[in-house]
Design a protein around this ligand. Sequence first.
Ligand SMILES: [Zn+2]
Length: 218
Amino acid sequence: MSNPRQHPGDETLLRHATGNLGAGLRLVVDVHLESCPHCRERVRLFEAAGGALLERLPPAPVSPALIEAVFARVDSGAARPLRGPARRRQSVDGFALPAAMADCAIGPWRFVHPKLRWARVAVPGAPRERVILLKIAPGFSAPEHGHRGLELTQVLYGAFSDGRGFYGPGDLVEADDEVEHHEPRVTSDGDCLCLAAAERPLRFNSLLGRLVQPLIGI
Ligand SMILES: [Zn+2]
């Protein structure tokens, strides 16, 4: 895999480092970190900075309730190491998925257009998160849409462009409220496979978008 050129913003990486990203967005960032030494280093710096801040605080008694909450979080799997022991990867349609997705349940492919298929990704412990795999054939242009809240798209295979940039394998595209017209267009010869997560439902403007959005529910 080539070195990623498009990365999550520092705010997103800081939210990841401090456990302040929802499970769906966290999964997309985890997948990005697998292939991006640059961002792994940023997250390590943020984690170290957080630890240093805590060390500078005066010692204070820790309540039993807090200890209980921390252990409950560890037991629930919500707090897990960045790189745990190697897990078995799964494949979808011959595409090997990143190790971070090893425990995710991938739903069946659904067609919304001859050139666009999507499958729901169920994140362990957080099945209601808005996470999907998108498989887009060459030449397809996704409907124009705006964003509400943060949306992260990680390119796993293939490539697309959206007028702001060109994105290949390993790249993470971050979009938020400021991006009003985001029209991804596949530029690779083969299918483009992406993992996408959104904080809130997308706001499609075009007719196809309005048709697709209720089906995808993202
Ligand atoms: Zn990166």
